[in-house]
Design a protein around this ligand. Sequence first.
Ligand code: ADP
Length: 270
Amino acid sequence: KEGVYLEVQTTLYDQNDHLIFVRDVTRLYLLEQMRKDFVANASHELKTPLTVIKGYLETLSMFKDSLPASMQRGVDSMSDQSQRMEHLIEDLLLLSRLETNDKREDHQWLNLNEICDTINKTAQPILSDQHALTFSIPENSYIYGASNELYSAFSNLVVNAIKYSPNGGKIQVTWEKTEHSGVFSVEDQGLGIDPRYIPRLTERFFRVDKGRGSSTGGTGLGLAIVKHVLIHHNAKLQIRSQPSVGSTFSCFFPIDRVRQDALLAAVTSD
Ligand code: ADP
């Protein structure tokens, strides 16, 4: 962590000559490091008081019926907000772990069908009658990666597709193996996104519409998490979207991380 950090840039100058720019970015680097440490420490410190608040709230909820109506609403609201805060802290901690390469999970061959089954089950409570969520994952599809990280990334994409399709519609999750990659895609028929916002979607806390995002209970960190998980898997995110028509988020994994193999079930790591 010590030393001097330099950024080197070369540009073609005239026909044969190159100009080389060397910039000292040590200060920027150290500031960025301080920001990451601060977020990690603050999130960690917030966990304990929140656990205490949640504990007392649970006790209070048990006696809710004996409270006046206005206080009952207060208890419900505190429970909702503490739940939101818990999600936010979990997402901040996950993001800091991803950014700082701290406590990294081992990579192994993972059965994508099983990951998608779990996502399907956890998504059921937030689906309405107007939504049709389908998974089209060929049998024995395997991906080489970190189990919790990939689960977080894929479930964020599926949950977003549901949240940003308030009028329902089809949500299709697919996995396709091509010559050069394995592509995990989530397609929805929801609100869509204005093209000028697409490059900013993976920034921390960026929301197309602040009101829309917070009312759906999101933390604004989901796509930042997706981006960092994909970086760790040498994968790329592609976002295609049209306002009022829908969006498709596709993750392209390099072919060496992809297998279609019935025999792989017996192999847990490679
Ligand atoms: P949030 O917690 O707000 O959902 P995300 O980082 O997951 O945060 O997403 C950032 C923003 O991108 C969202 O607030 C929303 O405006 C937009 N967005 C993400 N997924 C979709 C989608 N499938 N359809 C439309 N907008 C989306």
